[in-house]
Ligand binder design. Structure first.
Ligand code: PLP
Length: 445
């Protein structure tokens, strides 16, 4: 193993990781030559795979022209073109694009735009943004106030005002059928109850991940849920914000996950798949009817130095060109269906797998102690960490999160880039199979 000096870097903990050397397609290599299959696209980011030649070439060309143009001094072609492209892909009416550098910034921007819209339209008593538990919307303080994930929020309480939350529709834990419309109605009606309880005149917006990301573990909504949520928001004048930070960019088989249910939010945010690992990039896309009153009343009081960075936008544009040129969204649907079927087969071989779920290539499995009751594994089993480490040692990267209330459940996201082939799926499933066997054997007393 290559000797390395003590690090001056720090992230969440002292744990050190191998030094990355290079990455190509779905594979990554550390400086010792060990190869890893990127089975989670980083953190569901590198949707089109690593080192895509077209994206690199477009970035090089842009760098030769300019790598920064401050928005108060210049508009840039890449930002303008990417905004046009996103507006053409977004649901009808969502035509106004605001660039940022990441998901949390996009979420902050959406909260602030919604709030300024309320003030501009004489609704300034509306300030509450309802979200779900569990959910993840980012780690800045405003985004954390909407995040329903205690391990990340608790250390900062009291911070800003924590916002009201309704349960995420985890039908698989409640013994309900997600294909039954009554299930969708059951969970969606909790939003109406929350709005009535808070006082509709105080509720500004509802923020929802159309397909849950890391917090719920690739949880698709039950039948009818998205449509009913949308109706309820309209009924009470509550803005609907889709957090597509993880789903935006094609991973679920549609450019925006909300498209699967033909629901039109007032505002949507995306990030991870937009820059796809080539540049820190995110965007908020809002309906004209939300943006215009704000611009009329003196402007949107918000903005980041790196917003609309031409290099990042050139990368984003090239990423979308590649997705379209190589039908990657269709691949996400078909190869995603195969991977899901493969995970379901693993479920037959491994008692510990209690659920397999997801859409396209946003997939997850959850480990439980008992499939009948869906009781989680004990915290001491440490599945959250251990299974990821076992797979990592074997050269497969997957992504995990403890789900239920913090320490009482473990799910694992399996989300390779949208360029994955049947051979990559075989490698993922074989390594997972072996990793689950090792983990199960280690559990035995
Ligand atoms: N929203 C969702 C749904 C996410 O999955 C994430 C990140 O995982 C964020 C917001 C925050 O994005 P970022 O980490 O880029 O700030």
């Amino acid at each position: 193993m290559t000797q390395r000096p003590e690090s001056k870097l720090f992230y969440q903990s002292r744990r050190r990781r191998p030094l990355l050397d290079q990455a190509r397609g779905v594979y990554m290599w550390d400086v010792d030559g060990k190869r890893y299959l990127d089975g989670s696209s980083g953190a569901m980011v590198c949707n089109i795979g690593h080192s895509n030649p077209h994206v690199l070439e477009c970035m090089r060309r842009q760098m030769d022209k300019s790598s920064f143009g401050y928005r108060l001094h210049f508009e840039t072609e890449p930002a303008e073109q990417l905004a046009q492209k996103l507006a053409s892909l977004a649901p009808e009416g969502l035509e106004k694009v605001f660039f940022v550098s990441g998901g949390s910034e996009a979420v902050e921007s959406a909260i602030k735009l919604a709030r300024q819209h309320a003030v501009a339209t004489g609704d300034s008593q509306r300030y509450k943004v309802i979200s779900r538990y569990p959910s993840y919307h980012g780690c800045t303080l405003g985004a954390l106030a909407l995040t329903g994930y205690a391990p990340m929020t608790a250390p900062f309480d009291p911070m800003m005002q924590s916002m009201p939350k309704i349960p995420a529709p985890r039908a698989y834990l409640d013994g309900l059928d997600p294909e039954d419309e009554a299930t969708g109605k059951f969970y969606a009606d909790m939003l109406e109850e929350a709005i009535l309880q808070e006082g509709p005149e105080t509720v500004l917006a509802f923020m929802v991940e159309p397909v849950g990301g890391a917090s719920t573990g690739a949880l698709p909504p039950p039948k009818g849920y998205m449509q009913r949520i949308s109706e309820i928001c309209r009924r009470y004048g509550v803005l609907l914000i889709h957090d597509e930070v993880m789903t935006g960019g094609g991973r679920t088989g549609a450019f925006f996950a909300g498209d699967h249910w033909q629901v039109e939010p007032d505002i949507l945010v995306l990030s991870k798949g937009l820059g796809a690992g080539y540049a820190p990039l995110g965007a908020m896309i809002a309906h004209e009817r939300i943006v215009e009153p704000v611009l009329d009343k003196g402007g949107f009081i918000h903005g980041y130095t790196y917003a609309g960075n031409p290099l990042a936008c050139a990368a984003g544009l090239a990423v979308i060109e590649e997705i379209e040129a190589h039908q990657m969204m269709a691949n996400a649907s078909s190869i995603g269906a195969e991977l899901k079927a493969g995970l379901q087969q693993l479920m037959q071989r491994h008692e510990l797998i209690g659920d397999v779920r997801g859409k396209g290539l946003l997939l997850a499995f959850e480990l439980v102690a008992d499939r009948e009751t869906m009781a989680p594994l004990p915290r001491e089993a440490g599945a959250f960490d251990k299974l990821v480490e076992i797979a990592y040692d074997k050269g497969l990267i997957i992504y995990s999160r403890r789900t239920r209330g913090g320490y009482t459940g473990d799910h694992f996201l399996v989300c390779p880039p949208m360029i994955a082939t049947a051979n990559h799926l075989d490698e993922i499933l074989t390594t997972l199979d072996a990793s689950l066997t090792t983990f199960t054997n280690d559990l035995k007393p």
